[in-house]
Design a protein around this ligand. Structure first.
Ligand SMILES: C[S@@+](CC[C@H](N)C(=O)[O-])C[C@H]1O[C@@H](n2cnc3c(N)ncnc32)[C@H](O)[C@@H]1O
Length: 344
């Protein structure tokens, strides 16, 4: 991609096209390959279309080869976001997203998140099992140290610490009074632990007052249990509770990171110009903002109608799309041309 170019749409087989690209030339890859044995996209029988393999083993192998080449093209601190849905074969749910994810992990990718994309409505195709509602959106990285701009995606707390009867309390009204009494009354904590707990409580209340912290919860041994597990082998919090007698969970005033279940209605319920599974641009916001620096390059090797490239441009990044289908490439081209000229 030339310095001056904002986007590039390439018509061709992604594995061959990736092979022509320079090492570490894109910052982030976001994509949704065809699912196995679901549909045929391209009419050309010779086309190297993924998803039409006779066996799922071959499908997993092909995708692993594509992403192995993609890894070379990705910067060392880059991210891969991979959307995949599952499939039933002869009545059995195949676990296909995980088959691919495990193959990528075995190929050296580090899995950071398995985001569940809750599609809200789901399809009712059978009477003897529940509706399918979600797809996976895996976040992989190449190395343990990777680019991640958490501040860009933090949810801002809509409640702030406030004054009640002249005293500052946390965003959800925690004044610390009950915690103080619990510490004083505790028969579990020794004197040193009690003093340390009271000091930690005073410190966090000062931070509430100064606006540095928005909210907090305190867990005290013998009063509450650790949130995740009581097993000190499993939970660092349980260990803290055992050794110190208490711990405090802060909720920062600068906001908190979104969770790993995203409720987003799929775009193909309203997009009329194509029949493929189109990415809703909302789904791409967090991956682009968090894992591609401003002005960086986002690549989609199965770009279809160009949703990833379009979202990248709107968020001030550059975009490269590769797709086998001429038809989808021209839909993508038209869609991108309609983006506000001021972006170019
Ligand atoms: C699920 S669709 C992607 C849709 C896309 N996320 C969007 O928002 O429009 C998968 C795409 O992969 C393309 N495809 C299949 N095999 C390919 C290959 N070997 N190289 C490049 N594209 C391929 C298909 O033509 C199809 O457009």
């Amino acid at each position: 991609m030339l310095e001056t170019e904002k986007y590039k749409l390439i018509c061709g087989d992604c594995l061959s096209e990736l092979k022509k690209m320079d090492n570490q030339s894109v910052n982030c890859i976001i994509t949704s390959p065809p699912y196995w044995a679901m549909r045929k996209y391209d009419n050309n029988e010779d086309a190297n279309e993924i998803g039409n393999e006779d066996s799922y083993i071959e499908y997993v192998k092909n995708l692993t080869s594509v992403f192995s080449e993609a890894k070379r093209v990705l910067t060392d601190n880059g991210s891969l976001w991979l959307n995949l849905g599952d499939k039933y074969n002869d009545k059995a749910l195949m676990g296909m997203p995980w088959r691919v994810a495990i193959s990528l992990m075995d190929d050296g990718w580090i899995l950071r998140n398995d985001v569940i994309w809750n599609q809200m409505k789901g399809t009712q195709s059978c009477k003897d099992r529940l509706r399918d509602m979600y797809e996976h959106f895996f976040h992989f990285v190449k190395s343990k140290k990777y680019y991640y701009n958490a501040d860009e995606i933090k949810l801002k707390p809509n409640l702030k610490p406030k004054k009640v009867n002249g005293k500052m309390v946390s965003a959800t009204g925690v004044s610390g009074k009950k915690y103080r009494q619990m510490i004083i009354d505790s028969e579990e904590l020794n004197e040193t632990e009690k003093n340390n707990a009271l000091k930690a409580l005073d410190d966090i209340l000062l931070k509430i007052q100064s606006g540095e912290v928005n909210d907090f919860r305190m867990t005290i041994r013998g009063v509450q249990r650790a949130w995740h597990s009581d097993d000190v082998q499993i939970s660092g919090r349980a260990k803290e509770l055992k050794e110190k007698g208490f711990y405090i969970m802060k909720m920062g005033a600068s906001g908190f990171l979104p969770g790993d279940i995203w409720n987003i209605v799929p775009e193909d319920t309203w997009r009329k110009d194509s029949h493929c599974a189109v990415f809703p641009e909302e789904l791409l916001r967090i991956p682009i903002l968090a894992t591609c620096p401003g002005g960086g390059v986002v690549l989609d090797p199965f770009s279809g109608t160009g949703s990833t490239v379009s979202a990248a441009l709107k968020l001030g990044r550059k975009g490269i799309g590769i797709d086998l289908s001429n038809e989808y490439n021209s839909i993508a081209e038209n869609r991108i041309k309609q983006i506000d000229n001021t972006l170019f």
